[in-house]
Ligand binder design. Sequence first.
Ligand SMILES: Nc1ncnc2c1ncn2[C@@H]1O[C@H](COP(=O)(O)OP(=O)(O)OP(=O)(O)O)[C@@H](O)[C@H]1O
Ligand SMILES: [Mg+2]
Length: 344
Amino acid sequence: MALILGLESSCDETAAALVTGARAVLAHRLATQEAQHRPFGGVVPEIAARAHVEVMTPLVEQALAEAGVRLSDVDAIAATAGPGLIGGVMVGLVTGKALAHAAGKPLIAVNHLEGHALSPRLANPNLHFPYLLLLVSGGHCQLLFVEGVGRYRRLATTIDDAAGEAFDKTAKLLGLGFPGGPAVEQAAKQGDPKAVPLPRPLLGAREPHFSFAGLKSAVLRARDAGLYRPEDIAASFQQAVVDCLIDRTARAIDIADGATALVVAGGVAANGTIRAALEALAARQGLPFFAPPLWLCTDNAAMIGWAGAERFAAGLTDPLDIAARPRWPLDPDAEKARGAGVKA
Ligand SMILES: Nc1ncnc2c1ncn2[C@@H]1O[C@H](COP(=O)(O)OP(=O)(O)OP(=O)(O)O)[C@@H](O)[C@H]1O
Ligand SMILES: [Mg+2]
C-alpha cells in the first residue's frame, strides 16, 4: 500500500503527515502561527513565510520518527502547490521538491482545495464519487460537483467574501479575537440568534452563488448602533450564515443530478451549528451526509497526503520544475459568477 509524505504551508499552519492509500494516518504534525499573527488581527504573509521556513524540516523529521519510517520508505511526496500565500506555498513546495529529488521519489503537486475536497474520503471509506461538496474555508465558499480525483465542476462560488472571511471579520468587528471562526461560535452560544435583524444575501436566487460582504457591513452597523450585546450579534450573524449556506446548498442539490451524498469540508465545516444544519438538510433531501472530523477541517497535512495518495493511485505525479500558484481554481472551466468582483 502506498505511503505518502504530505506537506502543507499555504496559509498560517505548517504541517507534515504520513498517510497510506489504505486511509491510515501514521503521523501528523502541525505548527500553528496563530500567536505570531494575533497582534496584527490577521495573517501577515511575510511573517508566515519566514515561520514556515523555520519549522518545516523539523516537522518532517518528527513525522517520520512518529510513524517509525524513513524517507526511503515513502512512495511519493505530496506538497501543496497553491492556492495560497505565495511565500508560504513556495516553502512547502520547494521542501517537497528537495526531498523528492534527494530520495529519488515522485513529487505530487497538490491543489490545497483538492486536499479539502477529498478529506472527507480519508475520514470515511463509504463516501464514493460523485458527491456534492460545500467547500467553506477562509478563502473560499463554493459548491462543487466532485466527479472523481481531479474532476471538479464548480456549481457556485461567492461573489465577494468567503464564509470564513466573514467569520474572521465579524470577530474583529466585535473584538472577539483571532482566529475569528471559533471565537464567533463560542460567543454565539451565549447569544440569541433572533436578536439582531441581519440580511441574508442572495437567498432564493436561481443560481446557487453566495455573498457575504453585505452581511459583514450589517454587522458593523449593528455594532455601531450600540443597541445589542456582542453575543447577540455573533449568534444572529452565525444564523444568517447558516440560512444562506442551507438555502444555497438546497438549490445546488436541485441542480446537481446524480450526487450520491452531501459533503462539507474546509475550516468553517468545524462549526457545530453549520454541521448540524447541513446534516438536517441532507436528511430532508434523503442524502447521506459526510463531514470530516474537526482536526481535518482546518488546514493540515494529512489531507494533502491523502490527496497525494488518491492522485498517486491514479498515476498522477508532477515534474520537479512545477511552479507554485497563488491562484489555482479547482475547476478551470468555471465561468465568473454574475456580479462577482475580482475573486475567483
Ligand atoms: N468553528 C468555526 N466556525 C466558523 N468558522 C471557523 C471555525 N473554525 C475555523 N473557522 C474558519 O475557517 C477558516 C480557516 O479554514 P481553512 O484553514 O480551511 O482556511 P484557509 O486555508 O485559510 O483558506 P483556504 O482553504 O480557502 O485557502 C477561518 O476563516 C476560520 O475563521
Ligand atoms: Mg484551507
